[in-house]
Design a protein around this ligand. Sequence first.
Ligand code: MF3
Ligand code: CO
Ligand code: CO
Length: 255
Amino acid sequence: MKPVIKSKHQIENIRKACRLASRALDEVTFMIREGITTEELDTFLHDFIVKNRATPAPLNYKGYPRSTCISVNDVICHGIPSKDVVLKKGDILNIDVTVILDGFYGDTSRMFCVGGIENLSPVAHKLIEVTEMAMYEGIRAIKDGAYVNDIGIAIENYVRKTETNFQIVREFTGHGTGLSFHEPPQVFHFNTGKTGVKLKAGMVITVEPMINAGHWKSKFDDDGWTARTIDGSLSAQWEHTVLVTSNGFEILSVS
Ligand code: MF3
Ligand code: CO
Ligand code: CO
């Protein structure tokens, strides 16, 4: 399956979906505090998305039971919002929102912390910052004519030179998106040693590195979704949906 080159009309619509997903993250920021559950955050986001005439893409996707993914501390990704997950001071969390607006997809996630950065451990603080910078290093490698593996090379080089104790997750990847949730190509966040497909203007892909403060490996909870670090180390992730343009890129998931 080849990546789709989106038309101008499709790009305009994907941009709207991405903007809505980004605005959802803006709105939920103010709700994050000690004592709130991830289920309450999910309910808020679900209502916000539906009020804006969109649909949360994760809900019922391959049997996924909620509208967003909320991944706390050692959860790498696909954390299922739950009334049993009560946030406490010093926690770090990723909230991943994907909306379907008029049939078009927008996918973005950010890291948050509970109780202000003064409550974060030095490792947690570093991990959040390194992961965000790693995402932007990957995004900066995007342009018409570059290869998909250039993104992974940029991320890997950055992480290696910045923090040798951190490892990049290998088992989950970015992806094409826009007309459906997950489209080709797969976007690895490390150097695979193979060029991968050539990026062309009009492709829409996500860059969403997950980085662990320890080993890269993951294990699944019994729910079959929640992916955790094998060694209990903290994990962080940031995600943008990005349009490939003739001279570079445009980040679509901005407010
Ligand atoms: N939003 C995730 C991504 O970035 C996918 C979540 S799939 C779900 O690709 F089913 F867990 F929601
Ligand atoms: Co994604
Ligand atoms: Co996502």
